[in-house]
Ligand binder design. Structure first.
Ligand code: IDP
Ligand code: MG
Length: 169
C-alpha cells in the first residue's frame, strides 16, 4: 500500500522569512469527555493561538489504541492505558501553529497532574497520571504518524484565523 501523504502545511512568510507551521494531534481523553470538559479543553488550546483544523468524536477500539500507544508497548502501564483510552469516547483534534507541538504540550502541563502547574489543563483537571485528560504529540514525526491514524487527508481544513497575523506580513 503506498504511504499516505497528508495535505501540505501552508507556508507563512513573515518579514520575507518562511515561517514553518506545525500540526499536532490532541486527544481529549475519556476522563475529560465523561466530565463534560471537552469544550473547556478545546477552548484553552484555541486561546493560545492554536488553530483548530480538524475535529471528531470517536470510540477508540483496541486496535487503534495499540497503534496510537505503540511506543509504550512493553511498559508496565501499557495494557491499563489501552483499556482506559477505550473506556469511553475521545475527541480527536488537529491544531496548527508555529511551534504547535510544544505550545500544546505547555498548555497541557506535566504528564502527572500532581506535578502539573495550576493553569495548565492537566494541573486543573487531570485526575491521576493515567487519567490526565489530554494527549498531545511529542515531536513532528510523532504528530505525522498520529494524525494519519485519526484523520484522512480530506478531513484537514484550510482557513486563516482572523485574529492571527496575515499569511504575508
Ligand atoms: P505524555 O502524554 O505526557 O506524552 P507519555 O509518557 O507519552 O506522556 O505517556 C502516555 C500516557 O500514558 C500518559 O499521558 C498517561 O495517560 C499514561 N501514563 C504515563 N505514565 C504512566 C504511569 O506511570 N502509569 C499509568 N499511566 C501512565
Ligand atoms: Mg507522549
Amino acid at each position: 500500500m503506498p504511504a499516505r501523504v497528508l495535505p501540505d502545511l501552508p507556508i507563512i512568510i513573515r518579514r520575507r522569512k518562511i515561517v514553518e507551521m506545525e500540526r499536532t494531534l490532541v486527544l481529549v481523553k475519556p476522563d475529560a469527555v465523561t466530565r463534560g470538559l471537552t469544550g473547556s479543553i478545546i477552548k484553552r488550546l484555541e486561546e493560545q493561538g492554536l488553530k483548530l483544523v480538524a475535529l471528531k468524536m470517536l470510540q477508540m477500539d483496541n486496535n487503534l489504541a495499540r497503534k496510537h500507544y505503540a511506543p509504550h508497548q512493553g511498559k508496565p502501564f501499557f495494557e491499563g492505558l489501552v483499556a482506559y483510552i477505550c473506556s469511553a469516547p475521545v475527541v480527536a483534534a488537529v491544531f496548527e501553529a508555529e511551534g504547535a507541538i510544544q505550545l500544546a504540550r505547555k498548555t497541557m502541563g506535566a504528564t502527572d497532574p500532581a506535578k502539573a502547574e495550576g493553569g495548565t489543563i492537566r494541573g486543573d483537571w487531570g485526575l491521576d497520571i493515567e487519567r490526565n485528560s489530554v494527549h498531545g504529540s511529542d515531536s513532528a514525526e510523532t504528530a505525522r504518524r498520529e494524525i494519519e491514524l485519526f484523520f484522512g487527508d480530506d478531513e484537514i481544513t484550510y482557513y486563516q484565523r482572523i485574529d492571527s497575523r496575515p499569511i504575508e506580513s
